[in-house]
Design a protein around this ligand. Structure first.
Ligand code: PH2
Length: 197
């Protein structure tokens, strides 16, 4: 994909969500998220600010262990798709397997936002709809959607995001992180508890 159809980010408001609920080579989930923040803060990405670490029950509720979450405010010149590839490399460093969705994971890195960029852009969408449907199904889970399509309904994303970018405004919903957080049920927000002062 060319740079023109996949705009690169020059500064701030690149938000990455981190989550872990299984032991990795770095240690327990909190150690894993701290180590992943350090891995993230290496060229070609710079971590400008990091949230506190939070613990919350897995969503949807079930037998999964509680999750440690954080959000990092970063800078990078990478394009959105290169950045996603870079995040997948860091996940792999922490033994993450991407075969099973919605389960226990050593490390989950989600690209939440890149400034006001909205993806898929027209050309990605056009490429995608011309694929045979069996290929669409295999590609769909990895299709980069920005802003992250579920961020506005997830307290475990918005609570840490409010530590680093409370005034970032969602380009489609027109609301800031603080405002999206205020729209969530109080019980969802209270379930996300800081691990650190
Ligand atoms: N509390 C919590 N629940 C989740 C999380 C997460 O990071 N934290 N990630 C999920 C899949 O992305 C699904 N459920």
């Amino acid at each position: 994909m060319s740079q023109a159809s996949n705009p690169s980010l020059r500064e701030g408001n690149l938000l990455v969500a981190l989550g872990s609920n299984a032991t990795s080579k770095a240690g327990d989930p909190a150690d894993t998220v701290r180590a992943a923040l350090a891995s993230l803060d290496r060229a070609p990405v710079k971590v400008v600010a990091r949230s506190r670490l939070y613990v919350s029950p897995f969503v949807p509720a079930g037998a999964e262990p509680d999750v440690i979450n954080a959000v990092a405010l970063c800078k990078s010149d990478l394009s959105a798709s290169d950045l996603l590839g870079h995040l997948h490399e860091i996940e792999a460093e922490f033994d993450r397997e991407r075969k099973v969705r919605w389960t226990t994971r050593t490390l989950d890195l989600d690209l939440l936002t890149m400034d006001q960029i909205v993806l898929p852009d027209q050309s990605t969408l056009r490429e995608w709809v011309t694929l045979p449907s069996k290929d669409q199904q295999t590609l769909a889970p990895e299709t980069l959607i920005l802003p992250h399509p579920r961020m506005h309904e997830r307290a475990f994303v918005l609570v840490p995001a409010a530590d680093v970018a409370p005034d970032w405004r969602h380009p489609l919903l027109g609301k800031t992180i603080r405002e999206m957080l205020a729209d969530l049920p109080k019980s969802d927000v209270e379930a996300v508890r800081p691990l650190e002062a």
